[in-house]
Design a binder for this molecule. Sequence first.
Ligand code: ADP
Length: 239
Amino acid sequence: QNVCKYYQVGDTRFAASDHISFTIEKGEFCVILGPSGAGKTTVLNMLGGMDTCDEGTILLDGECVSSFDSKRLTTYRRYDVGFVFQFYNLVQNLTARENVELASEICKDPLDADTVLAEVGLSDRKNNFPAQLSGGQKQRVAMARALAMDPKVILLDEPTSALDPQMVGEVLSVMRQLAKEGLTMLVVTHEMAFARDVADQVIFMDGGFIVEQGDPKQVIDHPQEERTKQFLARFAENN
Ligand code: ADP
């Protein structure tokens, strides 16, 4: 609710997040769209307890995350949120299975590593090290690691942006399956067709603001705001 994050650059203070308000229901799949520098990662990081907001209130499951002290934020990050990053962030000298187990060790009620690896279609690769896996497989291990923590929400920051085009599909298909299973997820992505198809809600950000939000077919196919129209037109030109 009304979340602001300011940065000081030289003499000027600017808002990377400018009175952002939105609600995600349990089981909802929400996509954040927007150009580079729009403030998407800032929103994800604040929601994930990796960054704090300067104004406003962030609530997860009735708890006020924005008033947590650093100790409480540590347990919040370990127990309540799963994060999937663009560049996987796997431990290189541990196997896929060990990477998942490592995350399980720090959280409260982890799910079984073999079960979550099966869920992302990697039962046969669990003894491989990251260097022996493709980008798409590495990202699926990262997703299994987030799933194993059995978090209240999974936040994914451009999970397919670093992948070769032929590997994007396998990661999108795991996300689609997780959405169907009713996981609560917030994803920053540029995969427009996927967002239109799978999301329950789309938020379009630009310049630290939410410009437009709502039903994906409404926002993507019938945008109301000029800035959304321009972004989508540029996207269509380049794809
Ligand atoms: P997006 O994810 O949409 O590309 P970000 O949330 O990463 O956008 O960044 C929003 C704005 O905040 C950008 O202008 C970025 O340069 C700025 N920004 C992000 N982190 C910092 C920081 N630590 N210090 C100063 N400016 C920052």
